[in-house]
Design a protein around this ligand. Structure first.
Ligand code: ZN
Length: 152
């Protein structure tokens, strides 16, 4: 029996979507496509600029792809429940705060462990904070891209 496309799950975030394309949902597919293009040598403008003017194209490509993969990971984290330790949750909450306003709450894993003893609760809050990161449209961090040349 052949399953209709609308019941397929995204290969990255497991989201069930009517518009699964090449195995990915509407959120993940454009990001997958960006990686594919780079791998085929079709570079976005910023990488073309780096190729023309600098000698760290390979590092910049890696950084660019890493940033996209990180976003895909956040999408997955916002949708797929998993076991989350107090430390994982602290990391995600502080990461989200830094992403939004540059600030962190510091060490909060002890209080998380005290107040959120239940696995499902921690997992839910983790997904919630992942989702909060996604509220901000995805943009490549050009500063990190240009700095990738320093990692020689
Ligand atoms: Zn997806």
């Amino acid at each position: 029996m052949k399953y209709p496309d609308e019941f397929k799950k995204c290969l990255n975030c497991e989201h069930e979507d009517f518009s699964i394309r090449r195995g990915y949902c509407a959120k993940c597919y454009p990001l997958i496509l960006k990686i594919d293009k780079i791998k085929k040598g079709i570079l976005p403008n910023v990488l073309e600029e780096i190729k023309k003017n600098f000698d760290f194209l390979e590092e910049a490509k890696k950084e660019y792809i890493w940033q996209i993969k990180h976003r895909l990971e956040i999408i997955k984290d916002s949708r797929v429940p998993k076991d989350i330790s107090a430390h994982d949750l602290e990391y995600r909450i502080n990461g989200t705060l830094k992403f939004w306003n540059g600030k962190s709450l510091g060490k909060i894993n002890d209080s998380i462990a005290f107040y959120l003893k239940d696995d499902n609760s921690r997992s839910y809050v983790y997904r919630l904070f992942s989702e909060i990161q996604l509220l901000r449209p995805f943009k490549i961090d050009y500063y990190k891209l240009y700095n990738s040349g320093d990692k020689h």
